[in-house]
Design a protein around this ligand. Structure first.
Ligand code: ADP
Ligand code: MG
Length: 397
């Protein structure tokens, strides 16, 4: 556990970067510090490993005051990852990753073996080991930065905007892999970002800072979205916080039976199944493949001609996925699958929204209820076509 107690930092020029910050980062969890540029995130992080000394207050790691420890020894037990990875340009990737083990006096061969192992852990091919940082993409360099921080297996990791400099698609991959890695490693992590989406995605707990280094609120992501402490936090987490919050709400949405047709079926077969404009196509294993419009078919159904629709929702998953699925489907019926990816049935956006309204979340009622959601998600899908014949909620298979 890392504990900051009334920590302040005033730089020699008088700038108060951090003001009376009290915060606990629990063991084995990801604590995210988020806030606008200049709000003191980097300063806070660097005070934990004593790259910067606080002006006042104390910082404890596992109840030991960091001020009482040798700064170098302290740092070698703390992994540190920064934006642009901060790799040594004239050292090979392998050598970069082996840095801390070598500093700790490991045998060269053992350090190199460890480096190769860590490269594999972060998903980099062995062939990268002998390259230099400039020969890697930004995303790959960032992985090397993570591998380097993990090499000596420190219990604590400090990460300062580690994914901010890579493009959004790579960033999402890195975030996913980071979460997967953390699920295995269970490090105590303080993660800094200016990106609220990243904070909510990664944080077990999120601390919002405002300029001047003052803590505005610390809470679990779902709580932060539902109960922003003040206008600053509400503004920072954004107008679409109601929609984001759905990612944390599991709800029982009514799942309707959905008529289907198999790949390879003829146009006449498809037209015989339903009079609805859209018909769902599945394979032999009842895995959804896409949608067809029976009236427009002129040939047997082929994979290449399907309208793919959007995301699939998993049965019992968050309401946000159910809503995404409905809104991204050409038929406006969101496809729900079980854990094996087999069709369970479909959900209607309007019913998902009703479910949200029904959920007892008084904090959402004033300004963030379903009405606001409707505005944000644009046009509401009108449920067209006849209701499915058997519209009983489907039981678990
Ligand atoms: P963030 O990481 O949230 O962008 P920083 O911790 O880097 O914020 O900076 C917080 C505030 O302290 C900013 O106003 C910044 O200009 C100021 N600052 C940072 N480092 C120094 C320094 N060495 N001397 C004076 N002011 C600094
Ligand atoms: Mg910073």
């Amino acid at each position: 556990m890392i504990r900051l107690e009334q920590v302040s930092k005033r730089y020699p020029d008088g700038t108060v970067a951090v003001d009376d910050l009290t915060l606990t980062a629990p063991t084995g969890k990801i604590t995210v510090l988020v806030g606008p540029s200049g709000c003191g995130k980097t300063t806070s992080l660097r005070m934990i490993n004593r790259m910067i000394e606080p002006t006042s207050g104390r910082i404890l790691i596992d109840d030991q005051d960091t001020a009482s420890r040798d700064a170098n020894a302290l740092r070698s037990g703390i992994g540190y990852v920064i934006q642009h990875a901060g790799l040594f340009p004239h050292r090979t990737i392998e050598h970069n990753v082996a840095t801390v083990p070598l500093l700790l006096g490991w045998h060269k061969r053992k350090a190199r073996e460890r480096a190769r192992e860590m490269l594999a852990v972060v998903g980099l091919d062995e062939s990268m080991a002998r390259r230099y940082p400039s020969q890697l993409s930004g995303g790959q360099q960032q992985r090397v930065g993570v591998a380097r921080a993990l090499a000596a297996d420190p219990p604590v990791m400090l990460m300062d905007e580690p994914f901010s400099a890579v493009d959004p698609v790579v960033r999402e991959q890195l975030q996913d892999e980071f979460l997967r890695l953390q699920a295995e490693l269970g490090k105590t992590i303080v993660f800094v970002t200016h990106d609220i989406d990243e904070a909510i995605r990664l944080g077990d707990q999120v601390a919002v800072l405002r300029v001047g280094g003052k803590l505005a609120q610390v809470a679990e992501p779902a709580y932060l979205l539902a109960h922003p402490a003040d206008d600053f936090v509400a503004d920072f987490v954004g107008k679409d916080r109601g929609y984001r919050a759905l990612g944390f709400v599991d709800g029982q949405v009514r799942v309707h039976d959905e008529p289907t047709v198999r790949l390879g079926a003829s146009a006449d077969e498809a037209r015989a199944v339903t009079r609805d404009p859209w018909l769902l196509v599945v394979d032999e294993a009842r895995m959804p493949q896409g949608w067809v419009e029976p009236e427009r078919l002129t040939a047997p159904i082929e994979a290449a001609t399907l309208a793919l629709g959007g995301t699939l929702a998993r049965q019992g998953g968050p309401l946000r996925n159910a809503l995404d699925s409905a809104l991204s489907s050409p038929s406006r019926r969101g496809v729900v699958v079980d854990d094996d990816g087999r069709l369970v049935g479909t959900v209607r956006a309007a019913e998902v929204l009703q479910q949200i309204e029904a959920a007892d979340r008084p904090e959402q009622r004033d300004d963030d209820g379903a009405a606001a959601l409707l505005e944000q998600t644009g046009e509401l899908p009108v449920v067209t076509g006849p209701p499915p014949a058997a519209s009983e909620p489907r039981r678990d298979p």
